[in-house]
Write a protein that binds this ligand. Structure first.
Ligand code: G3H
Ligand code: 13P
Ligand code: ZN
Ligand code: NA
Length: 307
């Protein structure tokens, strides 16, 4: 059924692995992810962004997730990704989400605390858990100053104060990941010392990594080979994610890799079969590509198969 992430995170923390949180936007994406999780008997978080709600309509997404549970018998956590304000978090709590993220990371510390606390009070009253965020993720549009990247990273002492004052159930931290397909200009680098410090100061507390797609070279190459143009795409190496999962990180967010897997596969179908125009002929392979990618993550990166 629909479950919160509480038990998933407890087991992931103790087991030194992570649960995948995959962004969903349509039926084929949901089916591909869920088929993989069902075959691997893996814990699963499906997350919905404001953009996803706008694209697909919240009711369609919720019903599709309910269908996934009915068909597979899996336990799934339905999570709001990057809730900007109290209202969207409340709306999702009221409509059956089991987890919400309130993203107050763009606000000053005290305002982030106040907003998060308000969401925590409402959500906990309704049996829903809350992820918060402290620190700023670099965006692809941001011209990050390479000399002072740490200025926007999560401060370990602030993280402790933030968790104590808000009562949030998990915390997204920034140690060098970023959203999208262009995460690093040079060599990939994450601030593991910072992660270890935060994790030491918050023993037993689940941490979250956003911007954790690996941007697999095979998908980028396929896209580029079949008419795409995404040069210079780069993600977080898989061994870094495995390392993070051993040190307090219980939730790893993946959206870009779903987009790349589906698009690479559809591009290939289009080029190789110019006469095809039945959407099932390309959305089917897109769904299969997602399933294979997610199964690989579950087995080889998150280490959450049969957990
Ligand atoms: O946080 C970013 C996720 O990839 C969601 O992206 O806002 O375009 O749905 P989106
Ligand atoms: P990616 O862009 O690396 O897939 O990150 C997704 C994410 O953090 C969603 O909240
Ligand atoms: Zn994110
Ligand atoms: Na973990």
């Amino acid at each position: 059924g629909l479950v919160t992430s509480t038990e998933m995170f407890k087991k992931a923390y103790e087991g030194g692995y992570a649960v995948g949180a995959f962004n969903v936007n349509n039926m084929e994406i949901i089916q591909g992810i869920v088929e993989a999780a069902a075959e691997e008997q893996a814990p699963l978080i499906l997350q919905v962004s404001a953009g996803a709600r706008k694209y697909a309509h919240p009711v369609y997404l919720r019903k599709l997730v309910e269908a996934a549970i009915e068909v597979t018998g899996l336990d799934i956590c339905l999570h709001l990704d990057h809730g900007d304000d109290f209202e969207i978090c409340k709306t999702c709590v009221d409509s059956g989400f089991t987890s919400v993220m309130v993203d107050g990371s763009k606000h000053p510390f005290a305002e982030n605390i106040a907003l998060t606390k308000k969401v925590v009070e409402y959500a906990h009253d309704h049996g829903v858990v809350v992820e918060a965020e402290l620190g700023k993720l670099a965006g692809i549009e941001d011209d990050v100053n390479v000399d002072t990247p740490n200025a926007t990273y999560t401060d370990p002492d602030e993280a402790v104060e933030f968790v104590e004052k808000t009562g949030c159930d998990s915390l997204a931290i920034t140690i060098g990941t970023s959203h999208g397909a262009f995460k690093f200009k040079g060599e990939p680098r994450l601030d593991f010392e910072r992660l270890y410090k935060i994790s030491d100061l918050l023993p037993g507390f689940p941490l979250v990594l956003h911007g954790a797609s690996s941007v697999p070279k095979e998908f980028v190459d396929l896209c580029n080979q079949y008419g795409g143009q995404i040069p210079g795409a780069k993600g977080v190496p898989e061994d870094m994610l495995r390392k993070a999962a051993k040190s307090g990180v219980c939730k790893i967010n993946i959206d870009t890799d779903l987009r790349l897997a589906m698009t690479a596969s559809i591009r290939q179908v289009f080029v190789e079969n110019p006469g095809w125009f039945d959407p099932r002929q390309y959305l089917g392979p897109g769904r299969s590509a997602i399933k294979a990618m997610v199964a690989h993550k579950i087995k080889n990166v998150l280490d959450c198969s049969h957990k």
